[in-house]
Structures are given as structure tokens and as C-alpha cells.
Design a protein around this ligand. Structure first.
Ligand code: OXD
Length: 310
């Protein structure tokens, strides 16, 4: 069995190669472009792979993504129609996304920013107690990530809901589904957390129309893809006071260009696409298990439905 690893953004590809070799003894695992003979790979493990992957590796049986979002893979030139794409299912990301969300939710709901300013002024002044009922959390997306985020917020007794196209339910959270459900979901939400896959249907979902339907003084947290957000609408909603703040981990252009207005906007917290990193051990174990299952002729989970785009 021949496996090629291709991730342009991976600083230490050799560590991944070693981990894959440990998990799949007997397989030939090589780094893309390492000068070894090409054209024999059965499987590719990738993140942002090179454009000529499918020309140089025409015998692939499946393509494993090192992340949950496959929007970039679906745009790859020459992607064969019948090649199974397999997304990462969790891989340690969900708990990190829950942490990320809680950090920003708590910062706003407990007014920790005010306490930071008060400390700078050497000011001992307790603020009003938190009114949890006023901090309704709404999570867009009810898959593994959305469920974990919602359950973390619900565990701290924030009234929490999830929305998905199908209306999938998540224990501990109210569930909403479809277009009609979205209206009711937004109307009850003050803290909007986006973990949706980026598809034709969800591109631009974080827009003026959405912001206008939220409860006043809302917080938006985007940990999915930059393509979900209409950046100018976010700035306008912050200017008008419709939104109080935003926490953004993902951007249309990454790295976020140095001159981008988000960097210097005190209402926006920027992080460099780190809300949910794929952890090497768990990721490699999951991919290795699936490769072994495919070799046994079994059906695996996480295969992308090309029509749904995730
Ligand atoms: C992912 C990501 O898709 O990290 O998993 O963005």
C-alpha cells in the first residue's frame, strides 16, 4: 500500500510521516515532492494539496483531508468525480472549539474586559451580577463540532440552541432546522457561533440580514470559514451598535493582510485560524483506521457527499 502526504502548510511534515508509518506498519508512506517514484499512491493525506496532485497520482482510491472543512478540496482542479473525499471527524477539534467559544462568551457575559480596564485604573468596583437568561447562545451547525460547542455552553447554564439544515437535535440544546427554523433561531440568539461547513448554501450567511435578526447587543463568533462572513456587513453592524463585538478565527484571505481593518478594531478579536487544530495523534489514528477499514472492503464514515458539499 502506497500513501502520499501532501500539506503545504505543515511546518513539520516529517513528524506526520513518522506517525503514519507507526500507525500503518508495512505501508509505503512518502512526502509529496521528495523525489521518490510517483504515480503509485493508493491514498493521499492532504491539507491544501498541490494543483497537479491528480495528474501525478492518478491511481488514488481515496483522499483524506487533514481538517473537517473540505470546501478548498472541492475546488481543486482535476478532482476526479468519483474519488471519495474523507473529512476529518473531530480529530480533537471539537473540544478546542468549545474552549474558544467559552472564552469569548465568558469575556463578554462576565464583562472581563471592563475589569481589565478597571485594574489598569486601580479601581475596585464590582459590576452587576450576570443575567444568564440574557446571554442566549445560538450555534449554527449541529454536527460533532456544533454539538460539542453547544453542550459546553449549556453546561454553564447559558440558554443554548443549535440550528442545522436538517434540524438535528443535540441533547441539552433547543434544536431548530430549515429556513423557517432559522428565523426563530436568530430571533432568540444573542451570541451567534458559526461552525457550519462552507457550501454554496452557507456562503455569506453571516450578513446584514442575519445580524438584524439577532437579539440586540449581539456577539458573533466565527470559527468555520471566512467565506461565511460578509466583512463589510460586520463592520456596519458594529458601527450601528447592532453587534457589540466579534471574535474571528477565519478569514476570506489568510493570513489576514496586515492593512486589514479588523486588526486594529477594538471590537474585533482576531486569531490566526487556531480555534480547532487537528491533533496529530488523534488525526493519524482516525485516518489509519479508515484506511485499514477500506482495505478490508468496509464502509467508512466521513465520506463527503458531493451534492451537499460536506
Ligand atoms: C478544518 C480547519 O477544516 O481547521 O478542520 O479549518
Amino acid at each position: 500500500m502506497d500513501i502520499v502526504f501532501a500539506s503545504a502548510q505543515e511546518a513539520e511534515p516529517q513528524a506526520w510521516i513518522e506517525a503514519l508509518r507507526d500507525a500503518l506498519p508495512g505501508a509505503r508512506i512518502r512526502l509529496w515532492g521528495d523525489g521518490q517514484p510517483e504515480g503509485h499512491a493508493d491514498f493521499a493525506v492532504v491539507w491544501a494539496p498541490p494543483a497537479d496532485l491528480f495528474v501525478r497520482e492518478p491511481r488514488l482510491r481515496a483522499l483524506f483531508n487533514l481538517g473537517a472543512g473540505v470546501d478548498a478540496l472541492l475546488c481543486l482542479p482535476g478532482l476526479p468525480d468519483d474519488l471519495p473525499l474523507v473529512r476529518l471527524e473531530d480529530g480533537g477539534m471539537a473540544v478546542q472549539m468549545a474552549e474558544y467559544t467559552l472564552y469569548h462568551l465568558l469575556h463578554e457575559s462576565r464583562d472581563f474586559g471592563r475589569y481589565e480596564r478597571q485594574q489598569a485604573e486601580v479601581l475596585w468596583r464590582p459590576l452587576d451580577d450576570i443575567d444568564r437568561a440574557a446571554w442566549t447562545v445560538g450555534v449554527l451547525g449541529a454536527g460533532a463540532m456544533g454539538a460539542r460547542v453547544a453542550q459546553a455552553c449549556a453546561a454553564l447554564e447559558y440558554p443554548t440552541a443549535v440550528w442545522s439544515r436538517s434540524g438535528r437535535s443535540v441533547p441539552g440544546a433547543e434544536s431548530y432546522g430549515g429556513e423557517a427554523g432559522l428565523v426563530a433561531f436568530l430571533a432568540r440568539t444573542r451570541v451567534l457561533v458559526n461552525v457550519l461547513p462552507l457550501t454554496d448554501a452557507t456562503r455569506g450567511i453571516l450578513c446584514r440580514r442575519t445580524f438584524e435578526q439577532l437579539r440586540p447587543d449581539a456577539l458573533v463568533i466565527n470559527i468555520a470559514r471566512g467565506g461565511h462572513l460578509v466583512e463589510s456587513d460586520l463592520l456596519a453592524a458594529l458601527d450601528s451598535g447592532r453587534l457589540r463585538a466579534a471574535a474571528l478565527d477565519v478569514f476570506e484571505r489568510e493570513p489576514l493582510p496586515p492593512a486589514h481593518p479588523f486588526w486594529s478594531d477594538a471590537r474585533i478579536r482576531v486569531t490566526p485560524h487556531v480555534a480547532g487544530a487537528s491533533l496529530m495523534d488523534r488525526t493519524v489514528r482516525q485516518i489509519a483506521d479508515k484506511i485499514q477499514a477500506l482495505n478490508r472492503g468496509e464502509v467508512i464514515s466521513g465520506v463527503v457527499d458531493r451534492n451537499r458539499q460536506y
